[in-house]
Design a protein around this ligand. Sequence first.
Ligand code: XLS
Ligand code: CA
Ligand code: CA
Length: 439
Amino acid sequence: MEIFENVPKIRYEGAESKNPLAFKFYDADRVVLGKKMSEHLPFAMAWWHNLCAEGTDMFGRGTANKSFGAKPGTMEHAKAKVDAGFEFMQKLGVKYFCFHDVDLVPEADDIKETNKRLDEISDYILEKMKNTDIKCLWGTANMFSNPRFMNGAGSTNSADVYCFAAAQIKKALDITVKLGGKGYVFWGGREGYETLLNTDVAFEQDNIARLMHMAVDYGRSIGFKGDFYIEPKPKEPMKHQYDFDASTAIGFLRKYGLEKDFKMNIEANHATLAGHTFEHELRISAINGMLGSIDANQGDYLLGWDTDEFPFDVYSATMCMYEVLKAGGLTGGFNFDAKCRRPSNTHEDMFEAYILGMDTFALGLINAAKIIEDGRIDDFKKNRYSSFESGIGKDIVDGKATLEALAAYADKLGAPKNPESGKQERLEAVVNQILFGAK
Ligand code: XLS
Ligand code: CA
Ligand code: CA
């Protein structure tokens, strides 16, 4: 039975098309820099926003109907969401999905019952997967919604709650492996604190690391070969989140010897909340060999919270794709961790939102490839450091310099020249010319 009866298979119709239910830029088979768009852009559907969230906010209840013909809170509904999700992904040509345990089934009071439900639904999903080319990008455990996690999961003060978190991770890993997931995410939902007056930061961080080590050991023991991810976020829900940004999370992983098993899952909206650009977080991850996956969304510079909007900002998508291309691609994918605005409450809106996101990233890819092929930006950057290619500069890079030798060199210089102009405005104009100038 078709759920989205009014929505046909979404096709590429080109930039001139006025059809809201068609791609204008995402052309799956188009080859960019030697690879198909669909290979550059492994898109994923976020189960929670797309199939669960109804637009509830702290001022009002939901505006969208996500019952898909079944009674919410039942296993029939859980299955209806699977049916809806697979029809949705197939109509859009989205090849991956991401999930939290409690997105898949209604959580029971007893974890044994929840786990039984997870077994049942994952059998159902697996059956669906067999008849399609849809795969699991990553799974995770929701360790932030239930009141028991009010003081955190790995960072909780309660050993019982800590065990409960471990049980959820164990099961979420089982399901991720069963569904062939490429990754497993730790987003530190409530892993942080409100006040130092009641918090032992060192102890909490040690405990989070212990839990992550146990997760790695268990995951590897059941055959999980993919990457674990940390998804940094600076605040919300906690005032101070331990995984503030990529640098912080990478430092944490190295401190605790977790860096071989983990990479970053970078979310655009989290980057801007941390006071960074999206591309900054991607660059920091990439230069540390830890660029894993992306949560593709955007925030709103006028609002100080995590609005999880569908990507519309083509400049940002362009800079993102430049980083991704330079890094040689992602081991993960582009998960639309995004929700329709509350008044965009129809099923059709769900499709139009994904079309917007996919087209925005297709444009980002096309533009980033043009910037790389044009070469002016890369050449400028390379030449900017040319004083380190010979003479004293090369000695520094080759590790042949001492502080005394450099000081003696500086003495001979007297007053050194200022470095050349950074030419930011010229480079920005080059980007605009590449984006909007002659083809
Ligand atoms: C919340 C996060 C969350 C993670 C998965 O801000 O984005 O949805 O992606 O737990
Ligand atoms: Ca996210
Ligand atoms: Ca978010």
